[in-house]
Design a protein around this ligand. Structure first.
Ligand code: ARG
Ligand code: ZN
Length: 884
């Protein structure tokens, strides 16, 4: 039996199937004010070969048993043991099927962890992944136990006119006493983590959808009262997702209804429960007045992601939680491909790589390091990480790159064919691509087992007499906290040889060493290899690791002239962006680390000219141009500096760079502003969003150049949508905090949107991210605001999370008060919602990279947290691993 009690480690190597098979589940959930009564009827049988003396052991978590019956007869008290976290029943039939009826009683109103059955603004809802179902009833609560579910929900008609669960609706009716019921039937076998129930007074929008083979589906989106008009874009994104999965992967929807419910209190982004997705309402509700372009993109991605899980996650699920990347990495890959097709390929890829570097690289390079498929855990909720999700997606992307689009699709088809209806493993997934393509992927599988970011070292040599260009590739991986090995991996390296005219030359080359080459792809399999290109009349500019074809740190000692050429001319636009962004990153890391260097002029003129060339090039996509001129995040620069980081110096270097670029690029930015009409009607499409992004980036540089907030103040007042309003307000709050107009604008936003929690989150987050040594006093004041609460995860993330992760100057104030404030909040939060506390606490993991004074203060903070009595296992796990 797998258990996750305090201190106990669950190991992949301990996996074994259950002793009992589950055949069917019937649930009755009766909802009342202040309590819920749950009756679960489980049809079970002992598995062949399991001795009759072996008891049935079911998982529970904070449960109260009110009755237990076997085949309709009460079970004698000496035959079972019920504690809050387990139910053990002895003397069960040797081979026949039996029905166990379990009754439990819960108080959803007291469930502040938001796992299991809880109430959010009066709405009853559930979140069962990963181990929440055991908070509803005793169960074989693990993903390899699959069964069909029939669910009956009963509630007061006025409090809950809407009663929803998984599958298709089969019956509903009156119960008298102002109560009613609904019965839902889900014919697909599913694990308990995909169970869901929602009941409440909700508004809804419904639309029809017909699948490719003619199945008529009713799509529904449910929201809190009065907000359903904000679900139109989510509905549109849902339909586009359904069409895309049919076209790209041949996957159709399989029930008569598909429902989405938007909930205000939600631990994660959303949840893919079969036929009943439950969402953090941040990823459903939008209109131009309250949401930014980034919010629109987020809704589109999350709607697609959860929908795509219907095949990658639900129809085929995970055998155990170690296989989490089987559904998450694959589904992130699918949602990224969807966004690339719906929006713009290069811009989407740049965004994904930025996120990977900002979140996954630091995780992979610090004490919380773990492989994409971990082999042990103490608390599974702490493994819903950037490594499992985003690096997991990179691994699927590499399989697609290695196999090519055709064979990759064949492998996916085979996966759906072979494993539909199963709970399976990474090995089974990889085997499908091997079978479909005839490729041996056994070495590739190391990517799933070995933690850490490999370094790809690239060296080049040109012999003009021989007209020969030689490239040497070497991979290294150092052993990190996970201790999972450093053997060479299969590294797909896409490349091009760019001429002075910006055109790609012939990529044909000869390999020497452990690698192979085909067209523009080198696949490095050993520690090192070299590739020789003949007939090169002049030295080519090597554009390597195009499209970020492998998740590695690139160490390429390319000369400045080639880097600048690529930053201007690389025909691979991703690498054009990366060449420029690396030049900037390198210069800022230099300026940010050297205490004697000149941090007032951190960027060479030639680098700024290259950035401005892209920003000013009207032939390019505006969204790309906005990315090209955007500076790296301070945390990224800190990661590059790696040791003895002083966040104040990094911040100063970035600020100086903004002013430098603003001054040098003044005419370019002015021209960009002239072509921008802030009163144009709002459309959320990618092209319009790109135009706004470029114009707002230009505004930021112009105000940096002039040190005059006037244009930002005017834009705030004139804005007709939240994108332009927030862009202006961010400039004001971050760069002109003393300007009286800034306080006025912040007040204005508050007064206009006080009733809207999603805008209030922005209001809290914007102030929490304003870089200043006084930020900790500001966030402490905001924590006393009547609209602040530790009970709503979005609000906690907006204030505490943003301060701890996006305000390097404030959080890392040299006296350590920032660390202390966050730690105090986390200690309070831990008693309410340990999952969120543990998540925010990961911000301390980078402590070893800071200069000695801060480093010591963070370490002390972590130790003090660790010593708190009664800490949740979630928070304890993060704190203890961070200190290791
Ligand atoms: N499966 C969900 C998603 O990726 C995430 C839910 C995880 N929830 C949790 N409490 N660990 O879309
Ligand atoms: Zn997911």
């Amino acid at each position: 039996m797998q258990r996750t009690d305090d201190g106990q480690t669950v190991k992949l190597s301990d996996y074994r199937p259950t002793d009992f098979d589950l055949h069917a589940v019937e649930l009755t959930i009766r909802l009342y004010e202040g309590r819920a009564a749950v009756r679960a009827q489980l049809s079970l049988s002992r598995r062949a070969g399991i001795a009759a003396t072996v008891p049935l052991r079911l998982d529970g978590d904070e449960l109260t048993l009110t009755s237990l019956a076997l085949d309709g007869e009460a079970v004698a008290s000496d035959r079972y043991t019920a504690t809050s976290d387990a139910l053990i029943v002895e003397d069960l039939p040797e081979s026949a099927r039996f029905a166990l009826t379990i009754e439990t009683e819960l108080v959803p109103e007291d469930n502040t962890q938001l796992s299991g059955l809880y109430r959010s603004n009066g709405i009853w809802c559930t979140q069962c992944e990963a181990e929440g179902f055991r908070r509803i009833t005793y169960f074989l609560d693990r993903p390899d136990v699959l069964a069909p579910y029939k669910v009956r929900v009963e509630a007061d008609k006025a409090a809950a006119p809407v009663l929803l669960s998984n599958g298709n609706p089969v019956e509903s009716g009156d119960l008298g006493d102002d109560r009613h019921f609904a019965v839902w039937d889900d014919p697909f076998n599913k694990p308990s983590y995909l169970f869901a129930m929602v009941a409440g007074d909700l508004d809804a929008v419904h639309e029809p959808f017909t699948t490719a083979s003619g199945r008529k589906v009713t799509l529904g989106i449910y929201t809190e009262k009065g907000r359903v008009h904000q679900a139109a874009y989510a509905m549109d994104a849902l339909k586009r997702s359904m069409l895309w999965d049919e076209r790209r992967f041949g996957r159709e929807y399989d029930l008569d209804v598909f429902n989405v419910v938007a909930i205000a209190d939600f631990n994660m982004g959303a949840m893919e429960n079969k036929g009943l997705n439950v969402f953090n309402h941040k990823y459903v509700l939008l209109d131009p007045d309250i949401a930014t372009d980034a919010d629109y993109a987020g809704v589109e991605t999350v709607i697609a992601h959860e929908y795509f899980h219907n095949w990658t996650g639900n129809r085929i699920t995970c055998r155990d939680w170690f296989q989490l990347c089987l559904k998450e990495g694959l589904t992130v890959y699918r949602d990224q491909e969807f966004s690339a097709d719906e929006r713009e390929q290069t811009v989407q890829r740049i965004g994904a790589v930025r996120r990977l570097k900002a979140h996954q690289f630091p995780e992979d390079q610090g004490p919380l390091q773990h492989p994409v498929r971990p082999s042990e855990y103490r608390e599974i909720n702490n493994f819903y990480t950037a490594t499992v999700y985003d690096k997991g997606a990179e691994l699927v992307r590499m399989i697609a790159t290695l196999l090519g689009r055709g064979d990759f699709r064949k492998g996916m088809d085979l996966y759906f064919e072979r494993h539909d209806g199963e709970a399976t493993t990474i090995e089974a997934f990889i085997a499908c691509f091997e079978a479909a393509s005839g490729t041996d992927l056994s070495q590739f599988a190391r990517w799933y087992a070995q933690a850490g970011t490999p370094t790809l070292t690239v060296r080049e040599a040109y012999d003009p007499a021989a007209r020969r260009f030689e490239v040497t590739l070497r991979q290294t991986l150092s052993e990190g906290a996970a201790g999972t090995g450093t053997a060479p991996m299969v590294m797909p390296v896409r490349f091009g040889l760019v001429g002075d005219n910006g055109a790609d030359g012939d990529p044909a080359g000869t390999v020497c060493g452990d690698a192979r080459i085909a067209d523009d792809l080198i696949v490095l399999t050993g520690k090192s290899a070299s590739v020789t290109f003949e007939n090169q009349p002049s030295r080519p500019h090597l554009s390597v690791l195009r499209d970020f074809s492998a998740p590695v740190t690139l160490d390429h000692d390319q000369d400045a002239a080639s880097r600048l050429t690529l930053a201007r001319l690389d025909p691979n636009l991703f690498n054009r962006w990366r060449a420029a962004s690396d030049l900037v990153g390198d210069a800022l890391a230099e300026a940010g680390k050297d205490p004697l260097g000149d941090s007032t002029q951190p960027l060479p003129d030639a680098v700024i000219d290259a950035l401005l060339a892209s920003a000013g090039d009207d032939a390019l996509d505006p969204a790309f141009r906005a990315q090209a001129i955007a500076l790296p995040a301070e945390m990224d620069i800190a990661r590059q500096i790696a040791v003895k980081v002083d966040p104040d110096r990094v911040h100063d270097a970035v600020e100086s760079a903004r002013q430098q670029i603003g001054k040098k690029g003044y005419p370019v930015f002015e021209r960009l502003r002239k072509g921008f009409d802030p009163r144009a009607a709002f459309s959320p499409d990618a092209a319009s969003a790109g135009t706004r992004a470029l114009a707002n980036t230009a505004l930021s540089y112009l105000t940096a150049a002039t040190q005059d907030p006037g244009s930002a103040l005017r834009q705030y007042d004139a804005a007709t949508n939240m994108t332009d309003r927030m862009a202006a307000l961010a400039i004001l709050a971050h760069h002109f905090p003393e300007e009286p107009g800034t306080a006025t604008a912040l007040d204005d936003l508050y007064r206009r949107f006080e009733h809207d929690d999603l805008v209030l989150d922005k209001w809290f987050a914007l102030q929490a991210s304003a870089p200043s040594h006084d930020a900790v006093e500001a966030v402490a004041r905001l924590a006393e605001h009547p609209h602040f609460t530790l009970r709503n995860p979005n609000r906690v993330r907006a204030l505490v999370g943003t301060f701890a992760t996006a305000n390097q100057v404030g959080f890392h104030r040299p006296d350590g008060v920032g660390y202390q404030w966050v730690a105090d909040k986390l200690a309070d939060l831990d008693t309410i919602n340990p999952q969120i506390a543990a998540r925010i606490a990961t911000t301390f993991r980078a402590w070893r990279s800071f200069e000695p004074a801060r480093r010591q203060k963070i370490e002390t903070t972590l130790r003090d947290l660790r010593d708190i009595k009664g800490l949740s296992k979630d928070l304890r796990d993060i704190v203890e691993r961070s200190l290791k």
